[in-house]
Ligand binder design. Sequence first.
Ligand code: URP
Ligand code: ZN
Ligand code: ZN
Length: 492
Amino acid sequence: MTDTAAFDLTIRNGRVSTANDTFHADIGVRDGVIVALGQGLPPGARDIDAAGRWVLPGGIDSHCHVEQLSGMGIMCADDFYSATVSAAFGGTTTIIPFAAQHRGNALPEVVADYARRAEEKAVIDYGFHLILSDPTEQALKHDLPELIKNGITSFKVFMTYDRLKLDDYQLLDVLEVADREGALVMVHAENNDMIRWVARRLAERGMTAPKYHAVAHTPLAESEATNRAVTLARMMDVPILIVHVAGLEAVRVVHSSQALGLPIHAESCPQYLFLTADDIDAPGLEGAKFCCSPPPRDAASQEAVWQGLIDGTLQIYSSDHAPYRFDASGKLPKGDATTFKDVANGVPGLEVRMPLLFSEGVLGGRISIERFVALTAANHARTYGLYPQKGTIAVGADADIAIWNPEREVTISTSMLHDNVGYTPYEGRTVRGWPEVVISRGRIAIENGQLHVERGSGRFVKRGTPEPVLRQRLTGNPNALVRKYFSADSAA
Ligand code: URP
Ligand code: ZN
Ligand code: ZN
C-alpha cells in the first residue's frame, strides 16, 4: 500500500448485491476487511473499475468432500490445493468440507489430521464439519463439546452407508449433544435397508449397470429417512439440516415439517437441478460419472427442488463436490467389471456450482440476485455460524468478493476446470455470467483467468453457534415431548 492510498483495494462503480438488497457503491478494503462502502471513495493502492459488473459476496460452499475417504473407503481426487483453487475460479471464497471420522478413529486426531493438510494447501478460507460415524461415550461427552468450542459447530451423520451409518438410538444421542453444546446436525437421509434390499435383488438379476444405482436409491428411501430424521428431531425439539435433497417427496416432507413450525432446514445441489436419472442411463459405464447419493431423479423432482430454492423450503445450495476420477482410483474400482454397487458415489461441482445457478436461476429469471446471494453465500454463513464475518458485503465483513461479468458466456468443459477429476457432468453446457475477479480477504485470488494466491494462504475459520440453534434456544418449546424431562439445563 502506498502512503497516499486510503485503502489497499478500492472496487468502484459496481452494482453490489447482498442477500437483502442491491445498490451502487464503491467498496474500500483495508487489511482484508471491508472498511468503507459509499460513493466516490478515494483511491486504493489497487483500484478495480467494476462498471457494468455485479459485485457479490464470495460464495460459501458448505458441503464438499476434499481429501477425504468416502463411505465406501475410496479417496477423493481433490486435495485441499486443487479443491480450493477450483472453488476460487468458480467464485467461492470459503469452503466447509468434512473431517471424516471412520469407526475406531479418535475425533481430535481426525480433526488435527485434516487441519494439518488444509493449512498446508488451501488457497482460500475453510472450516470443517465433522462426519461422525462412531459416537462413543468419549466422543459424545468429551470430544464433541471440545471441538464445538474450537469452532467446529456442525456435524454430519449418515442414515446409510454400512461404514458410516448410525442407528436411530445413536442419532438421538447425537441430537442431544448438539442441542446441549450448540451445534447443528446435518443428516444424510436415505433408508439403508431399503437400498440394500433392492440392490441385492437387482444384482441377482444381473442388473448391474450404473443406471440401477438410481433404482436402488429409490426416492422412497430418501423420503422415508427424511421423515424419520424429522421425527427424531421433533421428539428432541432440536433443529437439523437435511443435506442434498433430491426427490419431490423429500422436498414435500421438509416443506410440511416447516409448515408445522418445526426447525427443519434443508440443502440441495446443482445435480438435482441440472441432471436426471436419464444421465445415469448412458452407454457402458459412462453413467457412473453421474452416480451420487441420492441420485438425480426426474423432471418433476427437478422442478420441486427449484421451487424449494425459490420459496425458501431449501435454504442452502451447495455443490456436494465429491470428486472421483473415471478410472480405477474412483468411479471404476473393478474396471470393466464395476457394478453400480462398486461405483464411488458423488459428482464434482465446486467450480461450476455458482455459474450454473447464476445463469439458469438469475439470468433465467427464476430467482432474484438477492436470493442467489442468500443461496450461495449468506445462508451458509448464517446457518453455520460465520455471519456476518462472511456471506455479505458490509463494513466489518471479510473482503471476500466476486466480481461477475453477467454478459460473459462460457461453455463448460473439463479442460477449463481446475479440479483433479478429469470430467464434468456438465460438459458442453453453456452458461451466461462468470466470476472474473475473485477476492479472498482482500487478496486478488483470481484475475484474468490466473490464480494469484499461494498454496497454504487460506485460513481456518472458527465458526460460532449456528443461527438455527440460536433461534431454537429462543423459540424452542420447553414442553416438547422429551425436552421437559431432558432439557439442556438439566443435562448440563
Ligand atoms: O454421493 C454423494 N453425495 N457422495 C458424497 C458423500 C455424501 O453422501 O454426501
Ligand atoms: Zn451425504
Ligand atoms: Zn456429501
